[in-house]
Design a protein. Structure first.
Ligand code: GLU
Length: 456
């Protein structure tokens, strides 16, 4: 995939960018994430010469530690299998490393480095005391039995346990890692260490999990979008939305949009998308949740709602709507998709997934006055409630649904307001530049902490 030419203006940012570009020429996703951040940091780095003196940017772009290991396990036929496991401990300036584990065939160091790098800024934006990290394995849980998934998770943790801990590094779920996988990993960690601690988040409610954690990313995304709409003088009432994905993020985003008076037209998975012009209401969404839990594909929707349409192998970005929420994975919206979104009247794009929009497509959307929210701000609700789960574990208390939801709402509103004000200050433009606002606000706290803690 072609890398966008980033316009990195500040001389220090530029020299670090040129160096990173050569050193990690084979890590295209990491470079895209880093390039976009360096492009937007220039106005603030201009005012902080002390950053260069303490090599803050060089350190900021280099993970503190990367752990790579083999994960041997046995399948149900008794055949030995071997996968590759990773944990990228990117930055601990603000707190223990924090971020999900992804089990998916596409996992490699490039993908995990971009996710870890984004996580550092995302976690900073939440204002909770969390550093950033990401990990996972090139293991595909689809089509595996529960027993195979359990043996894989146990083997994965048998190596990773020595590198993580409630005050060191607290993994959670991500694509391919849900409640089942977190529970298996937690069980194995407890067994090896003989300690019941908050070492993972996204745990089951019976053993230290937090209410609202499952819903948090999707709810948070829509709370954030609601703030964007409010700042633009409008709201969700009567608005149409297209959503990609059919996982937790997509489903709970759909639920919240319905609650706020909007209408969701699409959901998708790797096989294609469904379009329901009447809207995917609560009853229809319950059906999606049910067939998804049976691991059935998205076209199952038509068995109950035959008026809907299924578009095989296609993405929903050509559907006319007011708002778009990419909630599947990275690389969903390319330039040709961005053009379709603009042509179809989409006025707001907020990322539920991590980096689903390519950098050139972001630029095109912003130039065409589409309000664009990057994932590190808009999808921070998931890790924010993970942070709240860590607090509850430390206190050995659990908060009510209302308490957690209220805190989530407050955190998302703060992220919005901070990104908005920072954008106005450093990157004033007609359409609010939430990309610059989020990058700069997230970076400043990490940079100050890194500078204060010395050359480590
Ligand atoms: N994987 C989620 C994310 O991308 C959540 C991470 C966490 O809860 O630690 O932010």
């Amino acid at each position: 995939m072609a890398l966008k030419e980033f316009n990195v203006k500040n001389a220090y940012c530029k020299s670090v960018w040129e160096d990173v570009k050569v050193r990690y020429a084979d890590q295209e996703h990491f470079l895209q994430a880093a390039g976009l951040v360096l492009e937007t940091l220039s106005p603030v780095v201009d005012t902080m010469p002390e950053l260069e003196k303490t090599a803050v940017l060089e350190r900021f772009l280099e993970p503190e530690r990367i752990i790579m290991f083999r994960v041997p396990w046995t399948d149900d036929q008794g055949k030995p299998r071997v996968n590759r496991g990773f944990r990228v401990q990117f930055n601990s300036a603000l707190g223990p490393y924090k971020g999900g584990l992804r089990f998916s065939p596409e996992v490699n160091l490039d993908v995990l480095k971009f996710l870890g790098f984004e996580q550092v800024l995302k976690n900073s934006l939440t204002t909770l005391p969390m550093g950033g990290g990401k990990g996972g394995a090139d293991f595909d849980p689809h089509g595996k039995s529960d027993a195979e998934v359990m043996r894989f998770c146990q083997s994965f943790i048998t190596e990773l346990y020595r590198h993580i801990g409630a005050d060191t590094d607290v993994p959670a779920g991500d694509k391919g890692v849900g409640g089942r996988e977190v529970a298996y990993m937690f069980g194995q960690y407890k067994r090896i260490t003989n300690q019941f601690t908050g070492v993972l988040t996204g745990k089951g409610l019976d053993f230290g999990g937090s209410l609202i954690r499952t819903e948090a990313t999707g709810y948070g995304l829509i709370y954030f979008a609601q703030c964007m709409l409010k700042a633009a003088g409008t709201d969700f009432k009567g608005k149409t939305a297209i959503i990609s994905g059919d996982g937790n993020v997509a489903e709970y985003a759909c639920e919240k949009i319905n609650e706020f008076g909007g209408k969701v037209l699409t959901l998708s998975d790797s096989t294609g998308y469904i379009l329901d012009e009447d809207g995917i209401d609560a009853e229809k969404l319950a059906f999606v949740k049910q067939f998804r839990s049976e691991r059935k594909k998205i076209d199952t929707y038509l068995t109950k709602y035959p008026k809907a349409k299924f578009f095989k192998g296609e993405k929903p970005w050509g559907v006319k709507a007011d708002c778009a929420f990419p909630c599947a994975t990275q690389d969903e919206i390319f330039m040709e998709d961005a053009k379709k979104l603009v042509a179809n009247g989409v006025k707001l794009v907020a990322e539920g997934a991590n980096m689903p929009t390519r950098a050139d497509a972001i630029e095109f959307l912003q130039k065409n006055d589409v309000l664009f929210a990057p994932g590190k701000a808009a999808n921070a609700g998931g890790v924010a409630v993970s942070g709240l789960e860590m607090s509850q574990n430390s206190e050995r208390l659990s908060w009510t649904r209302e308490e957690v939801d209220e805190k989530l709402k407050r955190i998302m509103t703060n992220i919005h307001d901070n990104a908005y004000a920072t954008a106005k200050k450093y990157a004033p433009s007609k359409t609010v530049d939430y990309v610059s606002g989020a990058n700069i606000y997230g970076f400043l706290k990490v940079a100050r902490a890194m500078a204060a803690q010395g050359l480590v």
